[in-house]
Design a protein around this ligand. Structure first.
Ligand code: KIV
Length: 313
């Protein structure tokens, strides 16, 4: 894989597991962002992120589902392939969607292999403790690095009482900590901690060897992750407490699309600079041809069958 060039001209080498471990060791923060398409991946490449996650948050962000539960392997694989084409440098993690790993170790390995073989992901992520720890171990044994995910796990949010912070009671905090320790011992190369009080995350982080990536877990984690659509402001409506908006892309998109529609309606678009020219000498034969009486005239609206036009002879 070739190296990537950042906006500031700095050349970066591809981020590997070794590089992530070195960053963790040196206390260098790890910047992780989600992506679901080629142009976003190119922007993230240029901006210089360390890890890109093709998150199952694609379900809400780009596919219009109302939770992450319905998204499937075909959709995740297609999105991950597009992201792969836009990246050279960041470490690429593909999210295993709900239902693609829980059933058995064989299912988990087959799904993980798909994201690696077909989409070119470097690693996969799965959610939760319990049986997910066994699935993580099986995938790692099959040669694919795994990122764990504890705290608020959106795929099983119903069982957690909804999309809300976890670990605010001692009992919940112990469960989150036990899940994280088990995933660490299973060999996960990193663990996402989502929507957990900072003080709880800090205590868990201190017990783990693997770097932790926080989302709504405060500043003690080795790195941070945000959903791209939240951070650049493509989503509208409610966003979680832990989201910071760094730009307002939706307003800018809306401004552009409204301006286009206005200009089409006022015929000020296309302007002369958007129009192809033709040598006037080429127009005379066309004019003569179009004036011939034998020219058949078919209109889509006049025809019953729609598209059965006779070609011009
Ligand atoms: O799907 C996703 O985007 C995630 C991140 C929030 C970690 O799991």
């Amino acid at each position: 894989m070739s190296s990537g060039i950042r906006k500031d001209g700095e050349e970066r080498r591809p981020v590997t597991l070794t590089r992530l471990a070195e960053m963790h060791e040196a206390g260098e923060p790890i910047a992780m962002i989600t992506a679901y398409d080629f142009p976003s991946a190119e922007v993230i490449e240029e901006a210089g992120a360390d890890i890109v996650l093709v998150g199952d948050s694609a379900a809400n962000c780009v596919l219009g589902y109302d939770s992450t539960v319905p998204v499937g392997m075909d959709e995740m694989t297609m999105l991950a392939k597009a992201v792969r084409r836009g990246l050279k440098t960041p470490f690429l993690v593909g999210d295993l969607p709900f239902g693609s790993y829980e059933g058995s170790n064989e299912l988990a390995i087959a799904s993980a292999q798909r994201l690696v073989k077909e989409a070119g992901c470097d690693a996969v992520k799965l959610e939760g403790g319990g049986t997910s720890v066994e699935r993580a171990r099986a995938i790692i044994d099959a040669g694919i690095p795994v990122m764990g995910h504890v705290g608020l796990t959106p795929q099983t949010a119903t069982a957690l009482g909804g999309m809300k912070a976890q670990g605010r009671t001692a009992q919940q905090a112990i469960r989150v900590a036990e899940d994280a320790v088990a995933l660490d011992q299973a060999g996960c190369f990193a663990i996402v901690i989502e929507a957990v009080p900072e003080a709880v995350a800090e205590m868990i982080v201190a017990k783990l060897d693997a770097p932790t990536i926080g989302i709504g877990a405060g500043n003690a984690t080795a790195g941070q992750v945000l959903v791209l659509h939240d951070l650049v402001g493509i989503n509208h409506g409610h966003v979680a407490k832990f989201v910071k908006r760094y730009s307002d892309v939706r307003s800018e998109m809306l401004r552009g699309v409204e301006a286009y529609i206005d200009e089409v309606r006022s015929r000020s678009f296309p302007a002369p600079e958007h129009v192809y020219a033709v040598d006037p000498s080429e127009l005379e034969p066309l004019r003569q041809r179009l004036n011939r009486e034998d020219l058949e005239h078919h209109s889509y609206f006049e025809s019953n069958s729609g598209w059965d036009w006779e070609p011009l002879s």
